[in-house]
Ligand binder design. Sequence first.
Ligand code: ADP
Length: 516
Amino acid sequence: MAAMRTLHTAPASFIVTPAPHLVSPTPTPRGALPAKAPPAAAATIQSHARPPLSPRVGRRRPCARAASSGAGAVVASVEDAKRDVLIALSQIIDPDFGTDIVSCGFIKDLEISETLEEVSFRVELTTPACPVKDMFEEKANEVVAALPWVKKVNVTMSAQPAQPVYAGDLPEGLKKISNIIAVSSCKGGVGKSTVAVNLAYTLAGMGARVGIFDADVFGPSLPNMVSPVNRLLVVNPESKSILPTEYLGVKLVSFGFAGQGRAIMRGPMVSGVINQLLTTTDWGELDYLVIDMPPGTGDIHLTLCQVAPLTAAVIVTTPQKLAFIDVAKGVRMFSKLKVPCVAVVENMCYFDADEKRYYPFGKGSGTQVVQQFGIPNLFDLPIRTTLSSSGDTGIPEVVSDPQGDVAKIFQNLGVCVVQQCAKIRQQVSTAVSYDRSIRAIRVKVPDSDEEFFLHPATVRRNDRSAQSVDEWTGEQKVQYGDVPEDIEPEEIRPMGNYAVSITWPDGFSQVYDTQN
Ligand code: ADP
């Protein structure tokens, strides 16, 4: 824990805005509050690292309390009951989105028994690795059980199916991957593969479905760092897709498992091999695909970013002053490719001996990175013989010593990656949305609080694709009257950074450029 320097002002917290009947007037306990929650009127509960319940929200035995609530503890109808439940649940705020879990759309399959005493619902999270999953479950139980008419609460927890946030023509094998994380460094030997593998196994330990793609064709290190029984990739003879090998539930693809030894290839060949390995692999459903990028900032990176819609990047560096220049290069490359860098890992920072801490490479350039590039999450990894030997034993350190200091640092990195990816997905997916209450398409202006609204029928009528306008004559194929005035989009999904794909009720899929 001591080695982590996550520069969040507020650690992940679990925030419940008060219902008057649940909150005592004692001052707010430790922990930060989001801007939206009035300080005097919110109970903050720390996530997994802290005790699960705040003293401000009474821990009640639900059934006993409901049963003893006496006269008046009834509800008139199923509709009223559902409304009560949703109001109660809307006290629970998702700390990452700053919005209540009802508005986030997490509550599914809400049912009330005929006797109007039993409530069942599902909380569908954005990721199975949600660090506040247990808290959500506990609080959801608690706030609903506290309703005077409720005698029994059945909460089930689930996660959204794996799905890329971007629409568009993705290679078949990448169509069921929610998040793709690039782990990158500008030089070799700084510990990029060590970080990629341990991060992947940490995310798997948090409950996510994870894959690792070792894109380092010149020096694939994945085969030495994991111990799958099957050390060769298999090609499905019918679909011609590559089936990843697997170790402890994590799917693995590396050129080192292709049975051809190290490659002697030139640039374009390497890009081709990487492209083929990544896109013809049948990854199946994954919550996170961790890509161990080749070192540097060259063509291969561009190819990878073009083929795979990267959600975020983690940069690995060492503490030497010169390393700052490398980090800067990496951040600039990802910024050009519009991939947010969510964390920097400063590896081989220090070692402890004779009850003292030594910094053999000086104190890192991490703070400079934070100040200059605004990457808020910085993680220090110590020099550890166990880390270097785990690179040879085939068992990642976070698996062999899950309670150790190094595993704790990776746990913090894992939580950071999960939270940042969730935020990025949320931002991307809400940049353009349909507001049913005012029947308008809402467009948020990037990097500002401004937004504007579009009339759906006008957007549909202005389509200039070949389906709507004859490419040769320019003649309008879809006439004004063909589009009903009250047409509503069925689905809006982002496509890249500046366009969205709008699906209309007649099945037509329109690409709308939000820069227009
Ligand atoms: P890269 O992917 O950047 O080339 P690797 O992850 O392969 O780097 O690491 C290079 C070598 O350094 C490996 O032998 C690895 O086991 C070792 N190593 C990496 N990080 C540490 C660390 N924090 N402490 C000790 N050895 C490390």
